[in-house]
Design a protein around this ligand. Structure first.
Ligand code: URA
Length: 475
């Protein structure tokens, strides 16, 4: 057995030179071991003491790329695995494409772990402010799962190019002085400042972006493992925020699987992939709200945080119907709490209407959207989704018994009238629906928000206000 000692755990060049000589000398992987550390007498063969062998061979590029990542893995036998792969490539040049091969799969797993560690480092390094003779100096302490400091430091140099910073880790340190990146010896946590004013910023930021309804502890722990928490100022808030979230989530969970209520009566036959509660007629608005949380009449429930029901007095004279909850409403669980809701509130006030006297709801109870980066972009519900959700709106109407229904925009008008409306032609006056209901159409407030031209926006808003004033005199 030959044991090769390398001075540095990231010393790829020395490993490559030793591996080249071993392979050319015909030393099989089972006869070679690589170790890192100082030579201990004759237990070790120094790389330089290997037989000089003439010749060369080319390792495939894919192997070199894999090896450059593998070397960062903390496992002691990573150099041995690299040599085994290199050796086997001689007879099997396409070995790396054989994903079922044990060595190849093992290498792929370790490369994945290294990439994950680099990703975590980019996400969880937190610099703290310090000062030296040259001024501000930002220092971070971080314990990466693998030896990714050198490979990841250029990312920080690009991202924080205007700062002078140091990242200390148990493996080594990286320093950026504004122009050059240098590496030095391992650091200790005590060398980094413990806390500074910036912590408050992180905490405030995190608390304000934290969304209890989206909390998935399992996912959160795997994305942000506890080992990183101690260096994250905002992590101090996690137990508090998650405790509060579980109380709120508990309420949502209770709602999302409502028990069939004895006061419900069976009506309709199931149509789509329905929940058991879908064909139970709600006896009051609270039962209706619980039923919506278990609704499976169309697929929109799958991507929404929760169903958003109407709110307002149980016997409001005016029922206002919008399209569907937006991003904010989906998170908060109440209708018209986002930008369109704010515009609507202001318009109500100007038109002499008080929101607390009105019953506000939507044609569709779940937020339809598509992801775009970190945002969720609104998508208009389809006629079949409107039709599926009409069941809930009809029951809201039956329970509230409004004297007038104000439908905002085409989707609401479709849901209320049961036909395709001509909003511009039919707006601004009371019309009678086929079922006898008194209905008043106008545009949706989001339409006003979307108008790019300020003059058009002002004139459309004035028309909207005029509609609301007319409606306020009709119930
Ligand atoms: N738009 C709607 O139609 N309804 C809401 O609740 C919010 C925005």
């Amino acid at each position: 057995m030959r044991t090769l000692v390398l001075a540095d755990p990231l010393d790829f060049d020395s490993w490559r030179e030793a591996a080249r000589r071993l392979r050319l000398a015909g030393v099989e992987p089972a006869q070679a071991r690589f170790a890192v550390g100082r030579s201990r007498g004759d237990l070790f063969d120094e790389a330089a003491a290997l037989p000089e062998v003439e010749g060369a061979f080319n390792a495939p590029r894919a192997f070199m790329e894999t090896a450059a990542q593998l070397i960062q893995h903390r496992s002691e036998d990573r150099f041995d695995l690299m040599y085994r792969l290199l050796w086997r490539l001689k007879d099997q040049p396409d070995l790396l494409a054989v994903l079922s091969d044990r060595d190849v799969a093992e290498a792929a797993d370790r490369v994945k772990a290294v990439r994950r560690a680099a990703h975590k480092m980019k996400a969880f390094v937190r610099f703290r402010q310090a000062e030296d003779e040259a001024g501000d100096h930002w220092v971070a302490w971080f314990e990466p799962a693998h030896r990714v400091l050198q490979a990841t430091a250029p990312f920080f140099a690009r991202r924080f190019s205007a700062m002078r910073w140091t990242i200390l880790t148990p493996d080594g340190s990286a320093h950026w002085h504004g122009e050059t990146l240098t590496f030095g010896p391992a650091g200790e946590q005590a060398q980094a400042p413990a806390e500074d004013a910036v912590e408050d910023f992180w905490r405030t930021y995190y608390a304000s972006t934290f969304n209890p309804a989206r909390l998935r502890l399992q996912a959160m722990r795997s994305e942000m493992p506890k080992r990183y928490w101690k260096n994250l100022p905002e992590a101090a808030l996690i137990p508090e925020l998650t405790a509060a979230a579980s109380v709120r989530t508990e309420a949502m969970v209770t709602q999302s699987a409502p028990k069939p209520n004895e006061r419900f009566q069976r009506v309709r036959a199931p149509s789509v992939d329905r929940a058991p509660t879908d064909d139970l007629v709600p006896g009051d608005l609270d039962e209706l709200a619980r039923g919506v949380q278990g609704c499976r009449r169309c697929p929109l429930w799958r991507d929404a945080t929760q169903g958003v029901c109407g709110e307002g007095p149980k016997r409001a004279a005016l029922m206002v119907v919008g399209e569907q909850p937006g991003d904010q409403e989906d998170l908060v669980g109440r209708p018209f709490t986002g930008p369109a809701g704010r515009l609507l509130d202001a318009a109500f006030e100007e038109a002499g209407l008080r929101r607390r006297d009105l019953y506000l709801t939507n044609a569709v109870k779940h937020f339809k959207h598509e992801p775009r980066g970190k945002r969720r972009l609104h998508r208009t519900p389809s006629p079949s989704e409107v039709q599926a959700c009409r069941w809930w709106l009809d029951h809201e109407r039956r329970l509230v018994k409004p004297r007038l229904i104000l439908a905002l925009g085409a989707t609401a008008s479709l849901a209320v009238l049961g036909r395709k409306p001509a909003v511009q032609a039919e707006r601004g006056r009371v019309i009678t629906a086929d079922d006898g209901a008194r209905v008043f159409l106008t545009v949706h407030p989001a339409y006003l928000l979307r108008l790019p031209d300020p003059a058009a926006r002002d004139s459309e808003r004035a028309k909207f206000l005029a509609d609301l004033r007319v409606a306020s005199a009709e119930f």
